[in-house]
Structures are given as C-alpha cells and as structure tokens.
Design a protein around this ligand. Structure first.
Ligand SMILES: Nc1nc2c(ncn2[C@@H]2O[C@H](COP(=O)(O)OP(=O)(O)OP(=O)(O)O)[C@@H](O)[C@H]2O)c(=O)[nH]1
Ligand SMILES: [Mg+2]
Length: 191
C-alpha cells in the first residue's frame, strides 16, 4: 500500500534546510547500503528517492514529506572511496550540522549492509550518535543476499558492537522489515 509522500527539497548547505516542522526521520549509512531504496519501500513509492547501483548517488540532503506527519531525510552516504576529498569533507560537514543541530530530528535509522556488518565508518557514526544522544536504530540491509548460516554469522557480528538495541533485518525485494521499521517510527510519537 502506498503512503502519500512528496519530495520537498534538496539541500547542500544547512542554510537550505527547510524550516523545522514535523518530526524528522533520518536515514544514514554507507554509500550504496540502500537508504534511498528503504525510503521508497517504506512509502511504497518506487520512484520517490533516486536509488542506483552506482555508489554516491545521493549527494545532498533530501527532504520528503510523508503521510502529512513526518519528514523523511535521505542523507548522502559516507565511505564512498571515489569521492574527491574536498567533496567528501563538505558532505561530512553538512551531515554533521544536520545531526547535531536539527531540533525536530526524532529518530536516526542507521543502515548497515548485512553482508559486511559493521565497518569502521559505521562504528564511528554510531559512537557519534551515542555521544550526541540521538536516538537511533540499526537496520541490516540486503538480507535477501544471505543464506541462513551467513545470517547467523552476520547477527553475531552486529551484536558484538550493538548488544541490546533494536536490530531490524530488511530486504527490499521481499518487503521484510517494513512493518517493524514503521512501528519504530510511530513509537517516536508516543514518547
Ligand atoms: N538485493 C537487494 N538489493 C538492494 C536492497 N536495498 C537496496 N538494494 C540495491 O542496492 C543498490 C543501492 O541502493 P540505494 O538505495 O541507491 O543506496 P543508497 O544508500 O541510497 O546509496 P547512495 O545514495 O549512493 O548513498 C541499488 O542497486 C538497490 O537496488 C535490498 O534489500 N536487497
Ligand atoms: Mg541514495
């Protein structure tokens, strides 16, 4: 079922962020992990956010109004080796400005590729969120690419650095995890 959603704006500088209004849900993770795809899957709108097999597709902070209740924020991926250093630094600055200062930010959804589990850049971001006391949950993506024993190994690897927090297994082609992620989003409104 599709949920009403529309693109609001795309910002490369904090000055261009929209005025703070509805609670915001931010999608974070390495380049190519599946952030834009997750946004499309959650809304049931395949073309809402631009997804691509080329890493580094989303290069600005994209705001979407969802269900007239939330704003979803698709952040540029980090850890994209081919990005020029100056560009990578400016992305980092804009992401950090958003995460540090945005008062309406209700939840960060940290996406990690289930096949690799934590990489240094993910752990760095996770510590940063904890330090800044930003509520977050972890979504393991592309689970459809794992067999059962690989999934067990992946789960163990996730739990080594994230023993008790919410961990949701997600597969876009199978629609797995969609309900759980929406539940976590709605829960932010009952706190
Ligand atoms: N098999 C499978 N492929 C997926 C899944 N989620 C995303 N993909 C694929 O992974 C690739 C990258 O997806 P995107 O959603 O564009 O990734 P992103 O995190 O937005 O990437 P950047 O914008 O570069 O940061 C695309 O080819 C998607 O089709 C999934 O759950 N399963
Ligand atoms: Mg993207």
């Amino acid at each position: 079922m599709a949920i009403p959603a529309e693109f609001l704006l795309s910002a490369t500088l904090p000055e261009h962020f929209p005025p703070a209004g509805s609670p915001e849900i931010a999608f974070l993770g390495r380049s190519n992990v599946g952030k834009s795809t997750l946004l499309n899957t959650l809304t049931g709108q395949r073309q809402l956010a631009y997804s691509s097999s080329t890493p580094g597709r989303t290069q600005s902070v994209n705001f979407f109004r969802v269900d007239n209740r939330f704003v979803f924020v698709d952040l540029p991926g980090y850890g994209y080796a081919k990005a020029p250093k100056t560009l990578a630094d400016s992305w980092k600055a804009v992401i950090e400005a958003y995460l540090r200062d945005r008062a309406v930010l209700a939840l960060c959804v940290l996406l990690v590729d289930a096949r690799r589990a934590w990489m240094d850049s993910d752990l760095h971001l996770k510590s940063w969120l904890e330090h800044h006391r930003r509520p977050y949950l972890v979504v393991a993506t592309k689970v459809d690419k794992l067999n059962q024993s690989e999934k067990s190994a992946s789960q163990k690897a996730f739990r080594e650095h994230y023993p008790v927090g919410e961990l949701i297994w997600f597969s876009s082609p199978k629609g797995q995890g969609v309900k759980e992620i929406w539940q976590a989003i709605w829960k932010t409104q009952s706190r």
